[in-house]
Design a protein around this ligand. Structure first.
Ligand SMILES: [Zn+2]
Length: 91
């Protein structure tokens, strides 16, 4: 398999990458240049959201510290802006 396919194929099979690319439907509640937040389809509690970095990473250990910090800053801003997501996060 050519190297290019080896890079592209995992991204196409990743639902989070498809959400970031806009090819998978989602209810986006926040986005910036580093991350995107959207409501979880299962809604364990009102406002249950997922926040993912825009770049694909296999797991938490692969996310560069700087990217993880940007993701958490975006999450913190979203939760402290007075939106309903705050109560959902803390419920
Ligand atoms: Zn991905």
């Amino acid at each position: 398999m050519p190297a290019r396919c080896a890079v592209i194929m995992p991204l196409m099979s990743c639902i989070f990458c498809r959400i970031v690319a806009g090819t998978e439907p989602s209810q986006t509640i926040h986005e910036d240049e580093h991350a995107i937040a959207f409501l979880d389809v299962a809604q364990a509690t009102k406002g249950h959201a997922l926040v993912v970095p825009r770049a694909h990473h296999r797991d938490l250990g692969e996310i560069p510290v700087e990217t993880a910090a940007h993701v958490m800053c975006g999450l913190r801003s979203r939760c402290l802006d007075g939106s309903s997501a705050r109560s959902g996060l803390l419920a």
